[in-house]
Design a protein around this ligand. Structure first.
Ligand code: PLP
Length: 399
């Protein structure tokens, strides 16, 4: 069967050049990068250039990059690290001085659930709302700042909608108020230009498997001078700040993927956004009542999220999978959950519309033929499901 993958926001395939760079470090060059003998030094010699490659992708310096196990760890490290450094132990007796975090209602669970865990120990959290397009209001951000605010954590590109937040303006606000600023750039790194100095971020999370590197490896950018409590305690790796034997092959893969992404970012974005627009326009033209969620905001070039009123997104996803097309109803980590996407409800969609939405995310390997295939199978699958739907006739009448 013809299989078409349009779920690159969930994960991407490892680029052959990345795999080639990694392979020697599984068995030939298997040394521990912390060992002082020659095999160890050879492993170390592979780790440090990767740090430079990652730094170059985001306009940072190599010493500001800490390797982690991926986006989730980087996000947790940033959120817990800032709060614990500033306020440990949390002064539970004095409610006025409880630390405060500002974030958004559309963050990935790696940030949202970290903030929620801190909230249980007394930390105050403000969740900024967004408009229908998934963008925050900068005045609301300014109003949310309190004397106790220690961290603003606002994602760059949203994983479900692709909407991109105005990070340079957020950075200016954070700087004016002397508050640390973290961004989850897991969906934008390698897809959208990033310059940590232009954005004024102090902390930034990225993950290799979203830009054609391996799973289970990522990085946290930490601006020099940022006061951050470490998350893990152990040996002396990465100056004791992020202990654990370094995943040398993974780090080499992350570095290579970052280098390729830096060189091909502009061309990839042009090609992929043309295909994304073709898919989007084609679906809007072929499927009655379909609409794009967050379509007029500034977006990552590869993502589109559409609502097909009158159907269940999960049922459509399964029908499309049976025809050979892989896409998503939202964050991969929450699929199987019956709850509608927290992102789509946060932008103000009613639950039945959020449940009737699908995300298509394209990538470097996506071809025009694949888009033509999607344009053929999606409209017919929606039509079939609508024929069985008790709610569709009402939806159609209402428009
Ligand atoms: N943040 C965002 C925006 C994501 O999309 C993801 C993964 O889907 C993560 C964080 C978690 O990254 P990882 O899978 O590397 O833990």
């Amino acid at each position: 069967m013809n299989r078409v993958y349009l779920d690159y926001n969930a994960t991407t395939p490892v680029e052959p050049e990345v795999l080639d760079a990694m392979l020697p470090y599984f068995s030939g060059e298997f040394g521990n990068a912390a060992s002082i003998h020659t095999p160890g030094q050879r492993a170390r010699a592979a780790v440090e250039p990767a740090r430079e490659q990652v730094a170059a992708l985001i306009g940072a310096r190599a010493q500001e990059i800490v390797f982690t196990s991926g986006g989730t760890e980087s996000d947790n490290h940033a959120v817990f690290g800032v709060v614990r450094q500033a306020f440990l132990p949390v002064p539970s007796s004095n409610a006025d001085s409880l630390p405060h975090i500002i974030t958004t209602a559309i963050e990935h669970e790696a940030v949202l659930n970290a903030c929620q865990a801190l909230e249980k120990s007394g930390v105050r959290v403000t969740l900024l709302a967004t408009n229908r397009e998934g963008q925050i209001d900068l005045d609301e951000l300014r109003r949310a700042v309190r004397p106790e605010t220690v961290l603003i954590t606002i994602m760059h590109a949203n994983n479900e909608l692709g909407t991109v937040q105005p990070l340079d303006e957020v950075g200016r606000i954070a700087k004016e108020r002397d508050i640390y600023f973290h961004t989850d750039a897991v969906q934008s790194a390698g897809r959208v230009p990033i310059d940590v100095n232009k954005f004024g971020v102090d902390l930034l999370s990225l993950s290799a498997h979203k830009f054609y590197g391996p799973k289970g490896i990522g990085a946290l950018y930490i601006r020099s001078g940022t006061r951050l409590r470490q998350l893990l305690y152990g040996g002396h790796h990465q100056r004791g700040f992020r202990p654990g034997t370094e995943n040398v092959a993974g780090i080499v893969g992350l570095g290579k993927a970052a280098e390729i992404a830096r060189k091909s970012l502009a061309a990839d974005a042009r090609r992929v956004s043309t295909l994304r627009d073709k898919l989007e326009q084609g679906l809007l033209a072929r499927v009655p009542h379909a609409r794009v969620n967050g379509g007029t905001a500034s977006r990552a070039p590869n993502t589109t999220n559409l609502v097909f009123p009158g159907i269940e997104g999960e049922a459509l996803l399964i029908a499309l999978d049976l025809k050979g097309l892989a896409c998503s109803t939202g964050a991969a980590c929450s699929s199987g959950a019956v709850e509608p996407s927290h992102v789509l409800t946060a932008i103000g969609m009613p639950p039945e519309e959020a449940r009737a939405s699908l995300r298509f995310s394209l990538g470097r390997q996506t071809t025009e033929q694949e888009i033509d295939f999607a344009l053929q199978v999606v409209p017919s699958a929606v039509e079939q499901l609508r024929e069985l739907s008790p709610t569709y006739p009402k939806v159609a009448e209402a428009r």
